[in-house]
Design a binder for this molecule. Structure first.
Ligand code: N01
Length: 491
């Protein structure tokens, strides 16, 4: 490349540091390699896979159809099911990283502890004390990453095995045991469905019931897989059809809580509950008093069957405390247990933290995010130049393929990186004015989304305002096509 519009020299030598070797980090590496950029991936664990490495609980599967939850450039004819199980997804990422030649670029066991923008470059420090420098940092650190532990009295006093759903202890035997599960999110529902027939007794501690869409998960036959191998365009077609269906029937309507499409989904969930649960008392205990889609929709074909098994018990009386023998509820009952699973979700306000991040002039991220994490287009923060997030705050995170989201975000980021490469500027981040405008519009739009229709969920910030992308998915796709460069502070 020749000199940029501003006359600066073109920079073919940009060095990029990617933090995290999960789905988004692997994608970044593949695309950076294609673009011929120098890069390195830092990964704190000793294996890649992000959420699919951390979550190994029984029954784990993705609730986005497999051919849609795949990179667009690496479709996979071998998926065994419409909704692939977790271990298969982790193997897929490992395989793709190997095939695209980026696995060897990962520095395992190296947690990034500090990134500071000093003298026009990012100065990086890792947990082993080593240092590095980069022109660009891509934070691919995930959203549902840091387990949230419930603040329940006596939790450490439990005599049996207790662990978070994202820290599954596979050494703990389950056959014939009395299992307790706290929580009714996507993780808990999959765990209960998978384990009810393996354990002796199962107690599900429900604070809030959930709407559940009936979602059968048929295997792909050998014939279907043979077609996929011979005709990859058949997978491409499925991917496109699924994306179109999700967007037209769901994702485009989350922004309007009164949309007919969301009302239809509510009716589908209601019919699912009423036609599946026979006992009227149990049925009413399982019936949410808020709109379907307000909390993240749960996809399951088997949960209502599981919770009606003779060895399953739904406990709705609030938890008073945990005792050595089990869980004591407020009505005085002691629910004796051998194993207790905390399927209590994640701290979703962390993003790249606890890493220390300092932008221009020493601005620190904790201060910049004092009122809660925000990012222009989910990607850029004022005064944190050349730092870009994948799946950052305010992005579209509800029941859609995060791979599709990240591919679009990355294409957008590369256009910003091109401003640096061409020499048009040496530092690029959203301007303060554009950030403030984006945030004001986002907050206004958030009040009309389904997530604001009257329930508690991890979509809400401390002021109960939904933090996710509050507009249609179509708008997200449009925005991601090309950055509005006027919104950026380029120096
Ligand atoms: O966590 P959650 P999750 N006492 O936050 C309850 C993705 N995911 O790990 O509703 C009692 O949804 C809490 O109760 P309440 C997906 O995006 C995807 O299940 O707050 N209960 C809630 O029931 C998902 O949304 C897949 O009243 C307590 C539960 O714990 C996200 O991860 C699979 C409590 C937490 O639910 C998180 O799902 C799994 C307390 N003190 C996860 N504290 C698929 O792709 C919390 N709870 C299928």
């Amino acid at each position: 490349r020749g000199p940029g519009a501003s006359g600066g020299p073109a920079r073919g030598d940009l060095r990029v540091a990617v933090i995290g070797a999960g789905m988004a980090g692997i994608l970044s590496a593949i695309k950076l390699r294609e673009a011929g950029l120098d890069f390195v991936i830092y990964e704190k664990a000793d294996r890649l896979g992000g959420t699919w490495r951390e979550n190994t609980y029984p029954g784990i599967a993705c609730d986005v159809p497999s051919h849609f939850y795949s990179y667009s450039f690496a479709l996979n004819p071998e998926w065994t099911h419409r909704f692939a199980p977790g271990p298969e997804i982790r193997s897929y990422f490992e395989d793709v990283a190997r095939r695209f030649g980026v696995a060897s670029m990962i520095r395992y066991g190296t947690e990034m502890v500090r990134c500071a923008f000093e003298g026009g470059r990012w100065r990086l420090k890792t947990s082993d004390g080593s240092r590095d420098e980069a022109d660009v940092v891509i934070a691919a650190t995930g959203v549902l990453h840091h387990p949230a532990y419930p603040d329940i009295e006596g939790i450490d006093a439990f005599a049996g095995a207790a662990f978070h759903s994202a820290r599954w202890d596979h050494d703990v035997p389950l056959a014939g045991q009395r299992l307790g599960v706290i929580g009714t999110g996507s993780s808990a529902i999959q765990i209960v469905t998978a384990l009810v027939d393996r354990v002796g007794e199962l107690s599900l501690f429900q604070r809030t019931p959930q709407w559940i869409t009936p979602t059968p998960n048929a295997p792909f036959t050998e014939e279907e897989k043979a077609v996929f191998r011979a005709h990859p365009e058949a997978m491409q077609q499925i991917r496109q059809e699924v994306a179109d269906r999700y967007i037209a029937g769901f994702s485009n309507h989350l922004s309007d809580m009164n949309s007919p499409e969301l009302l239809l989904i509510h009716e589908i969930c209601k019919t699912h509950l009423e036609s599946s649960v026979k006992d009227p008392v149990l049925r009413e205990k399982l019936r949410p008093d808020y709109r379907a889609g307000c909390k993240r929709l749960i996809m399951s074909a088997g949960f209502y069957d599981a919770i009606q098994r003779p060895n399953a018990k739904l406990v709705t009386n609030p938890i008073e405390r945990i005792e050595p023998m089990g869980v004591r509820t407020r009505d005085g009952a002691l629910h004796e247990l051998d194993v207790l699973v905390l399927a209590t979700g994640f701290r979703v306000d962390r993003f790249m933290r606890p890493m220390e991040v300092r932008g221009r002039g020493g601005t620190d991220l904790d201060t910049a995010w004092r009122a809660g994490p925000t990012a222009y287009m989910a990607i850029s923060i004022p005064d944190f130049p050349n730092l870009f997030m994948l799946n950052g705050p305010n992005g579209p995170v509800g029941n859609f393929s995060l791979i599709d989201v990240v591919e679009r975000e990355f294409a957008y980021i590369m256009q910003l990186v091109d401003q640096l490469r061409s020499g048009d500027c040496r530092e690029i981040s959203v301007s303060r004015g554009a950030m403030d405008r984006f945030d004001a519009e986002r907050r206004e739009a958030a009040r009309h989304t389904i997530w604001a229709s009257g329930c508690k969920s991890w979509y809400l910030d401390g002021d109960d305002l939904p933090t996710a992308w509050p507009w249609t998915y179509d708008r997200f796709r449009d925005e991601m096509r090309q950055p509005r460069l006027d919104d950026f502070d380029m120096r």
